[in-house]
Design a protein around this ligand. Structure first.
Ligand SMILES: Cc1cc2nc3c(=O)[nH]c(=O)nc-3n(C[C@H](O)[C@H](O)[C@H](O)COP(=O)(O)OP(=O)(O)OC[C@H]3O[C@@H](n4cnc5c(N)ncnc54)[C@H](O)[C@@H]3O)c2cc1C
Length: 288
């Protein structure tokens, strides 16, 4: 299919982009890698009259360390996340997750900002950002604000972004050295969205879990932070009975859609299976 007619804008600063998007209101959309937006436009599920391309804005690119946080520019591609030395050393779950997003062609142009701003529960990065307790930097007509990833997702394609807003960066607190991590994703074939997926980041001390955070992908209208499940694991040695209890708590908060990826019960159970695997792999990687 062919998208409807639209005007194309290419600002060279974030300020200019915010100005344009604020003026255009509901008729304008930010364009990042275009690998979610353009397919939606081709299907006429999105019909913006104006696209504001963020590709010419250098300040939206790159990865930097800021104290105990890593700040990733919104226009950093999924491919660049996989090649970043800083991320490989400090936040290896990002490369592990990126490698499971789509295929290399999509990852060369698809951005981290686009992935988390899109609001599709099938996107892989939002649950990882909730798991890591990331914060999104947003510039809008009233200035900058910061929104916790855990507060950002309100419904399918409904986020805390308002017309005129540009997501500029994603700020992630670096987990302690020796943390365990894993992103486990069940998909029907290479390049597919998740039937269900789970992100786990944990720390161990004296053989017991000192902290644990869990995110779930594509098993509800929004990505999920499984707070209770993480709490159940804290203080345990990750014995089978405690893991089973935590997995049951995570399954209990899911409400997947029944679609081509399977019926509700199957997808809920697959979330549990992915979580069980992610916990085991995170444990095998953790020191302490
Ligand atoms: C074949 C195929 C398979 C895919 N498989 C997967 C998969 O397995 N997992 C997965 O997670 N994704 C998958 N995707 C989606 C892909 O990762 C997209 O690149 C990503 O979802 C959106 O990033 P983008 O940079 O392309 O954003 P765009 O498509 O340009 O934008 C997406 C949305 O976010 C908004 N937006 C983008 N950037 C900003 C910003 N900085 N500020 C404000 N709003 C912004 C846009 O206005 C738009 O509404 C797949 C895509 C394709 C084509």
């Amino acid at each position: 299919m062919i998208p409807g007619a639209f005007a194309y804008h290419r600002p060279s600063s974030v300020k200019e982009a915010v100005g344009l998007l604020s003026q255009l209101g509901d008729d304008g959309r930010a364009l990042a890698g275009g690998h979610s937006l353009i397919p939606m436009m081709k299907l006429r599920l999105a019909t913006p009259g104006h696209l504001v391309d963020l590709a010419g804005i250098a300040e939206l690119k790159g990865v930097r360390v800021d104290g105990g946080d890593i700040v990733v520019g919104a226009m950093t591609t999924q491919h660049e996340l996989m090649g970043s030395d800083v991320l490989t050393a400090k936040l290896p779950i990002l490369a592990e997750t990126s490698a499971q997003v789509a295929d290399p062609q999509v990852r060369y142009v698809g951005t981290l900002g686009g992935n988390v701003a899109n609001g599709d529960p099938g996107n892989d990065m939002p649950a990882v950002m909730m798991c890591l307790n990331a914060t999104y930097h947003v510039l809008g007509k009233n200035g900058e604000r910061r929104v916790a990833a855990r507060q950002f997702y309100q419904g399918t394609y409904v986020t805390a972004l308002q017309p005129g807003d540009v997501l500029t960066a994603i700020r992630i607190p670096v987990p302690p050295d020796g943390h365990g991590y894993a992103y486990e994703k069940l998909k029907r074939k290479i390049g597919d969205y998740a039937t269900a997926a789970a992100a786990v980041v944990l720390t161990m001390s004296g053989g017991k879990v000192a902290s644990c955070s869990i995110g779930l992908t594509n098993v509800a209208e929004t990505p999920l932070w499984a707070e209770e499940a993480g709490k159940i694991l804290v203080g345990s040695t990750l014995d089978a009975a405690t893991v089973k209890k935590a997995v049951a708590a995570a399954e209990a908060i899911t409400a997947p859609a029944e679609d081509a990826r399977g019926p509700v019960q199957y997808r809920t159970k697959m979330a549990g299976v992915m979580l069980t695997r992610a916990i085991a792999r995170a444990k095998s990687r953790a020191r302490g």
